[in-house]
Design a protein around this ligand. Structure first.
Ligand SMILES: [Cu+2]
Length: 603
């Protein structure tokens, strides 16, 4: 590929003379509809100038897709039609030195992704019928192959393709995630690339704010137009997954098949339709839980230096802010309030400074294994629990109570989470802050730092929350936690990771006829985990009973020989009910590379 086709960083003051990319909010379809109902769209691929934050901060010179007569946009122009519409599209390749391949402009459902090939300077015409309703995408690549020939990601050349059942279209929103990059010299970035991660063409805190009212049901179509995986997490509320799809097929869930979650692990180039209702006021987030996709370290070089004095975002990338206007809350509490103090401690361990949580102010963890995860918090359903976090670290922190339905101000994203005139602060060293935890449903939740996640999570600032029904006591003999985390910011070996804070897993002794609940938690900065039980070579099914602490209705409970993979910020509960004596092996794996095994002896 010649140098001219290479995307590159542009400084704040540089003027490329190229057209400026606009952030596409996906509210309007491209093209025009003629009297026969045919949608005609004229697309063009051009060089453009993209400013990920604001016009006066650094950006990228890159290729982008535009509709003829309009500015280039990221994501690419939206196609939105009703079922069966004929679509007429022309694609002009205005690049002089690279051919283009366009994918996904074809009828749905489909068995393979059709492509169109466009030589430099040429125009290709194409016509097709849209097909069956759903949330889809289309995208382009430079060159002829499916794979990009350089190390760059160019997934800004991608947009939404929505097919509605009928007109007028649903009152919904479309959010497209794009990832793209440019090569830079290694003084700017360790791996030689800078990345842009956007939702509807902007990076936090410049993504479009969602200003909502209590009770106003949201229907969102989330399109992961990147080839990377994103566990998408909603703060403070559960969402229903109403449809899942990929570039070929979209499957709507019947009401009884809808999963009710706080996080869903979206694979590369997949879509999900979600529905949720803000039932409480406050400031909330919808974001990728993969720490590397939301850290402020992904901002372009030179951007932070131009921030207004004192204003430095502690997140960037794939984050949407949600502001629910003042209104009623559905939170209820019963019984006496409870008070807990949680100390965030710092200590030196071989290799790096570590953090830990403890209930005891004099606790000095003396080995790596004693530090993490933090003590499990056992809460009672519907009881209000006030947790005071005393910060004994040398850095500020802020703790998020992941999955709990609570007051906005207690949600724990520093300087963002807010309601009732109160804000979750960054807790400075030596200071403390009291969060109010509400526990509206029983199940398995997580608490973790929401400030400098990569550093603070891997140093040890995370733990499990178990909410028990009002009359229940925790039974450690039959109830087991499996908390997966990292011990290093960039793990190379199994010893850099941890399952329950350990590298080697102790044996578990159980009895035939008992039921054992295993609560799986992924709170690593990245990676997906699975769980599997075996006896010799034989797979022993585990019963999947809950996800993100939403108990499955009967029709969604199912036995799995090996679980699906759970992304960061997901919890999943399984039941193991051995019917025969013997030695079993529980395997928990992270990514394709790392596996822990634990011997379960059944007597
Ligand atoms: Cu992500």
């Amino acid at each position: 590929m010649s140098a001219r086709t290479v995307q590159r960083l542009i400084t704040a003051s540089e003027n490329t003379g190229l057209p400026l990319v606009t952030a596409n909010d996906n509210r309007h379809s491209a093209g025009t509809v003629d009297s026969d109902g045919v949608l005609s769209v004229e697309l063009e691929v051009v060089w453009a100038e993209f400013r990920i934050e604001t016009a006066d901060r650094p950006g990228l010179r890159l290729t982008a897709i535009k509709e003829t007569g309009k500015a280039p946009s990221i994501p690419a122009p939206l196609f939105r039609v009703t079922e069966g519409t004929r679509v007429r599209v022309s694609i002009r390749n205005s690049l002089t030195d690279s051919s283009l391949t366009i994918f996904g402009l074809h009828k749905r459902p489909a068995e393979t992704v059709d492509s169109l090939y466009v030589l430099p300077g040429e125009v290709v015409l194409h016509e097709f019928e849209a097909g069956v309703a759903g949330t889809y995408m289309y995208w382009a690549r430079l060159g002829a192959g499916v794979q990009s020939s350089s190390g760059e990601e160019r997934e800004q050349l991608a947009g939404a393709f929505i097919i509605d059942v009928t007109d007028p279209v649903e009152d919904d929103r479309i959010f497209v995630m794009n990832i793209f990059s440019a090569a830079v010299d290694s003084t700017m970035s360790a791996n030689g690339y800078v990345e842009a991660l956007t939702i509807n063409g902007k990076s936090w805190p410049f993504t479009e704010r969602q200003e909502l009212e209590v009770g106003e049901t949201q229907r969102w179509r989330i399109i992961n137009a990147s080839t990377r995986n994103h566990p998408m997490h909603l703060h403070g509320f559960f969402y229903d997954i109403t449809a899942l799809g990929d570039p070929l097929v979209n499957e709507r869930n019947s009401d009884s098949d809808r999963k009710n979650v706080v996080t869903h692990f979206m694979r590369g180039r997949t879509t999900m339709d979600i529905e949720w209702t803000p039932s409480r006021p406050g400031n909330w987030l919808f974001h990728c839980h993969l720490s590397f996709h939301v850290t402020n370290e992904i901002r372009l070089p030179g951007a932070a230096a131009l921030d207004p004095p004192g204003e430095h975002p502690h997140m960037a990338g794939l984050v949407i802010g949600i502001e629910v206007q003042p209104g009623p809350t559905e939170l209820i509490h019963s019984g006496d309030d409870r008070y807990i103090t949680l100390y965030a401690n710092e200590y030196e361990a071989p290799g790096r400074t570590r953090y830990s949580f403890s209930f005891d102010p004099t606790s000095r963890p003396d080995s790596l294994n004693r530090g993490t995860p933090g003590p499990s918090l056992f809460l009672r359903q519907n009881q209000a629990t006030y947790v005071t976090v005393e910060n004994r670290l040398s850095v500020p922190t802020g703790i998020h109570w992941h999955g709990l339905e609570l007051d906005g101000w207690a949600d724990g994203v520093p300087d963002w989470s807010a309601s009732d005139g109160k804000v979750s602060p960054a807790i400075e060293p030596g200071a403390s802050f009291t969060y109010k935890l509400s526990s509206m449903r029983s199940g398995t939740f997580i608490y973790h730092s929401h400030l400098d996640d990569i550093q603070q999570l891997t140093a040890g600032l995370c733990g499990a929350i178990i909410v028990l029904p009002e009359e229940e006591k925790f039974d450690p003999v039959h109830d087991h936690l499996a908390i997966v985390g990292w011990r290093e910011t960039n793990p190379q070996r199994l010893a850099d990771l941890e399952l329950n804070g350990l590298e080697d897993q102790p044996d578990v002794m159980v009895q035939v006829g008992e039921s054992h609940r295993i609560r799986l938690i992924n709170i690593a900065p990245a990676g997906a985990i699975f769980i599997q039980m075996k006896k010799g070579e034989e797979g022993i099914p585990l019963l999947a009973i809950a996800k993100d602490s939403a108990d499955f209705p009967d029709n969604q409970r199912k036995e799995v020989a090996i679980s699906k993979r759970f992304g960061v910020g997901e919890t999943a509960d399984f039941v193991f009910s051995p019917t025969a004596r013997g030695e079993y092996e529980l395997t928990i794996g992270l990514g394709g590379k790392f596996v822990w095994t634990q011997k379960w002896v059944v007597n």
